[in-house]
Design a protein around this ligand. Structure first.
Ligand code: PLP
Length: 397
């Protein structure tokens, strides 16, 4: 029987990280003591001044529809914040607030991509890019990057994959799931390729920029030659531990694109939740100490998880430079019992009661993703369970 669901939606895959979180929840309900290392969000509570701001906004009756692109005062605050904290210059008119960066990215893809257009996505990559391109009926062109290059797209790889159908490149730095950060030199090399292909747009997903262990995360916004076709993506979710408030933004110097995204968003969800916008205003306009406190805590956990992972034989990984994920290669354990990352994630969940996300979800089947947005105790217990479970596999083979 033919499906009632449109082919557009029927072809979409569920987010594997959400599926894994759901399975973990189900096991817990059955009384199993599961450790979850699937979390794609900070485990910290939202800082008090941000919570106060949303309460104030509720009492000030921010309960009506607002302007599609966001409240003017909030766009002004974010524009000032980007300049002050990151030396990124976008006017309020060049910014659109949306329901999380997820919607900002989806808006951009839907506004730019036609059926048949190709979108280059270096893998490992965040789970949603490819599905959003499919939603736009475009063709995701995945380019597998290698661990030896820090899982970063090389200029020659970009040059070789661009065709006359290429509409867009999506770059994510710091990267989910690898934690890699492109250096300014590496970005410069990619920009030189893009300069030769003036019809190719670029989404620069920088939602993890503040969670870096290198002092700074260089941004594609530093390169003036591609500004008319660059879309900068930011978010309050990870930086301020407020993912449930659902505020993210896109910024672009391309007026035509900004207008198209405003039309799209206007028809689709009117505007991002106003009280959440006021919370994001307090986050970006207020003191930034909370960001540094969380970053330092993540840095400690990163060191801990890397130390514990070094103690597990036959896994390979690079110390992440940013975000809060370790992405180890566990393929040395593939054999008669386990053939791929999905089976490995299942095995760890069923046998060790540790939930991780299979690397296949990110386009890299040799790896699994471990989130260290959990307490040090959870990291220690989870890594011990993983170590024991892998040791058992060794003994079986
Ligand atoms: N981009 C990346 C790389 C992500 O990992 C996420 C969330 O996990 C997002 C964008 C979307 O973030 P949000 O919609 O919460 O702003």
């Amino acid at each position: 029987m033919s499906s009632i669901i449109s082919h557009r939606v029927a072809n979409l895959e569920a987010s594997q990280s959400l599926v894994m979180a759901q399975r973990c929840q189900e096991l817990r309900q059955r009384g199993v003591d599961v450790i979850s290392m699937t979390l794609g969000e900070p485990d910290f509570v939202t800082p008090a001044h941000i919570k106060d701001a949303i309460c104030t906004a509720v009492h000030a009756d921010y309960s009506h529809y607002g302007p599609v692109a966001g409240l003017q005062s909030v766009r002004e605050t974010i524009s000032r914040y980007l300049l002050r904290e990151k030396h990124i210059a976008f006017t309020p008119q060049e910014l659109i607030l949306s329901v999380g960066a997820k919607q900002s990215i989806c808006n951009t893809i839907l506004a730019l991509v036609n059926a048949e257009d190709e979108v280059i996505i270096p893998t490992p990559c965040w789970v949603s890019y490819g599905e959003m391109v499919k939603l736009a009926e475009g063709t995701p062109v995945f380019v597998r990057t290698c661990a030896e290059n820090g899982f970063k797209l090389q200029a020659d790889e970009l040059e070789n994959i661009i065709t006359e159908r290429t509409k867009l490149l999506i770059l994510c730095s710091p990267n989910n799931p690898t934690g890699s950060i492109y250096t300014a030199t590496e970005l410069g090399a990619l920009v030189r390729v893009l300069e030769c292909h003036p019809n190719v747009f670029v989404i620069s997903d920088e939602v993890y920029a503040e969670i870096n262990y290198t002092g700074s995360a260089p941004s594609l916004t530093e390169f003036c030659t591609i500004q008319d076709r660059l879309i900068y993506i930011g978010s309050a979710s990870k930086t301020y531990a407020m993912p449930g408030y659902r505020i993210g933004w896109m910024a672009s110097k391309n007026k035509e694109l900004i207008n198209a995204c405003i039309t799209l968003q206007g028809q689709y969800n009117t505007c991002a939740c106003l009280v959440s916008q006021k919370a994001a205003e307090a986050a970006c306009g207020g003191e930034q100490d909370c960001v540094e406190v969380m970053r330092k805590e993540f840095a400690k956990r990163r060191d801990l998880i890397c130390e514990l992972a070094s103690d597990i034989s036959n896994i390979r990984f690079s110390k992440p430079d940013g975000a809060f994920y370790l992405f180890p290669d566990v393929s040395a354990y593939y054999g008669d019992a386990i053939h791929n990352s999905d089976e490995m994630a299942n095995y760890l969940l069923e046998e060790a009661h540790v939930a991780v996300v299979a690397g296949s979800a990110y386009g890299e089947d040799n790896c699994i993703r471990l989130s260290f947005a959990v307490s040090e105790d959870i990291i220690k217990a989870g890594m011990q369970r993983i170590k024991d479970a892998l040791l058992q596999l060794n003994n079986k083979d």
